[in-house]
Design a protein around this ligand. Structure first.
Ligand code: ADP
Ligand code: MG
Ligand code: ZN
Length: 447
């Protein structure tokens, strides 16, 4: 398959002049060869769908099977493809008989006109599907087997779906290349995907590096500071000082202070306001209308600082977040990565700071052991609770005793080699000072 043919399809069928990233291009070139299984791990919004939708058009007469966890996701994809005049269909519990028959008839012809068939994993277990699949593989009519949201195979993923585990069995019947896509990049999740889907040993991985080189990480200890709120205020002012007056209000620098509880969001916002910082608080206890107003005032730049529980952030897409503070203690490496990852989306230098304290650690530990006790012999809940404890333990090490680059918390978690930090964290910048601070903190705690 030539590169120019692929570029033609990109333009003619998908109306894009270029690939979204080098990684997207590399994945598409590899997948187009149909030689190896491929695992794609890129963040949400980075264009994973195209990685199989484009190659699906390169093999007329063959169909690409796509497993996707939710009917709503399937519908979105199909509407999108139909708008591009690409023949995509779905077999699911809601498909009407007449439509189902028309789909099956086409798929059973020698040269089906359907390009992509979307199915939920539950459907894969039905006799109709098994019979269809046998027919299609016997006559070499399947281009790819795609597993979207592939983290669903893993108990480490946040939405484990037992039906996904069966998808690896299709491997026994056919040698069609598997394409697995996920936005969850933890190394345990990746291992589970490879083993449950039985990816062949020569599988190729395309994965975005987790290292965000424009983010600077450091940790301070609340109990070593004379006036923690004044310290926080000065930090905020220094982060926002690069404010460019000519820029419209909504594009000016802003930031987020994450807190563990509602009360904390209120107390910190109040204290910051008293120190002259325009800060709001946001938490699940506010009425819907208040929450929206609050988010709006932050979004449009009226209030550049928001003190929030972690419920704030879903769907927040502001490019000019210059700092993310965790007041207290983050939950686990993955959440911490996601929350601090809201800083510096525009690629400009931004700061991520934890103001750590032992009280929050104790509160979280109480909460986590309570969850574990409540799980009793419910296996999946127990695994979740145990994972939560493991994740939290890593965060405690990060905050209290870290000796290595802060970015390694993430590269270890995501199973990547350590990045070249170039002083993008307090430890790499001045290890001696950090060691001293951590030492003083521990001494203060045992007093
Ligand atoms: P993901 O599955 O990784 O979350 P999607 O496949 O849903 O991402 O794509 C996210 C958005 O990126 C979609 O709006 C899609 O049309 C767009 N997109 C994908 N590839 C390109 C490209 N090469 N150029 C421009 N936009 C693209
Ligand atoms: Mg997707
Ligand atoms: Zn470092």
């Amino acid at each position: 398959m030539t590169e120019s043919k692929i570029k033609d399809v990109l333009k003619k069928h998908f109306k894009f002049d270029t690939f979204k990233s080098e990684l997207q291009e590399a994945a598409i070139l590899e997948i187009s060869k149909r030689q190896h299984d491929v695992l794609v791990s890129m963040p949400t919004g980075s264009g994973k769908s195209l990685c199989y939708q484009l190659p699906a058009l390169l093999y007329p007469g063959k169909v690409t099977l796509v497993f996707s966890p939710l009917l709503a996701l399937i519908k979105d994809q199909i509407d999108h493809l139909l708008a591009l005049r690409i023949k995509a269909v779905s077999l699911n519990s809601k498909t009407l008989t007449a439509e189902r028959n028309a789909i099956l008839t086409d798929l059973k012809t020698n040269s089906p006109t359907t390009r992509l068939l979307y199915i939920t994993p539950e459907q894969a277990a039905t006799n109709t599907f098994k019979e269809l699949f046998n027919n299609m593989t016997k006559h070499d009519k399947v281009a790819y087997i795609v597993v979207d949201e592939a983290h669903c195979v893993s108990q480490w993923g946040h939405d484990f779906r037992p039906d996904y585990l069966k998808l690896g069995d299709l491997r026994n019947i056919s040698s069609v290349p598997y394409i697995a896509l996920t936005a969850t990049a933890g190394s345990e999740v990746m291992k589970d995907i490879v083993s449950s889907l039985k990816l062949s040993s020569a599988y190729k991985t395309f994965r975005t590096s987790c290292f965000r080189k424009n983010l600077f990480y450091d940790v301070y200890y609340q109990n070593l500071l004379d006036q923690p709120f004044v310290h926080l205020k000065k930090f905020i002012q220094s982060c926002l000082s690069t404010q460019d007056e000519d820029v419209p209000k909504e594009n000016q620098s802003c930031g987020i202070v994450y807190c563990r509880t509602r009360e904390q969001t209120e107390i910190i916002a109040q204290n910051l306001r008293e120190l002259g910082i325009k800060a709001l608080c946001y938490h699940a206890g506010l009425k819907n209308k208040e929450r929206l107003e609050c988010q709006e005032s932050w979004q449009n730049g009226d209030f550049p600082v928001i003190c929030a529980t972690v419920s704030f952030g879903m769907g927040v897409d502001k490019a000019t977040v210059r700092f993310v503070v965790h007041w207290g203690v983050p939950k686990d490496p993955a959440s911490f990565y996601q929350e601090t990852g809201r800083a510096g989306r525009d690629g400009k230098a931004s700061k991520c700071r934890v103001y750590y304290n032992r009280a929050d650690r104790k509160a979280m530990e109480f909460h986590l052991s309570h969850d574990l006790a409540k799980a009793k012999d419910k296996e999946s809940r127990k695994i979740k609770a145990q994972n939560a404890i493991k994740g939290f333990t890593k965060i405690i090490e990060f905050c209290e005793t870290a000796k290595e680059c802060r970015h390694r918390l993430f590269s270890n978690h995501f199973g990547e080699p350590p990045p070249d930090c170039k002083n993008r964290c307090d430890i790499c910048r001045n290890k001696k000072e950090v060691d001293e601070r951590a030492h003083n903190f521990l001494m203060r705690c045992i007093q």
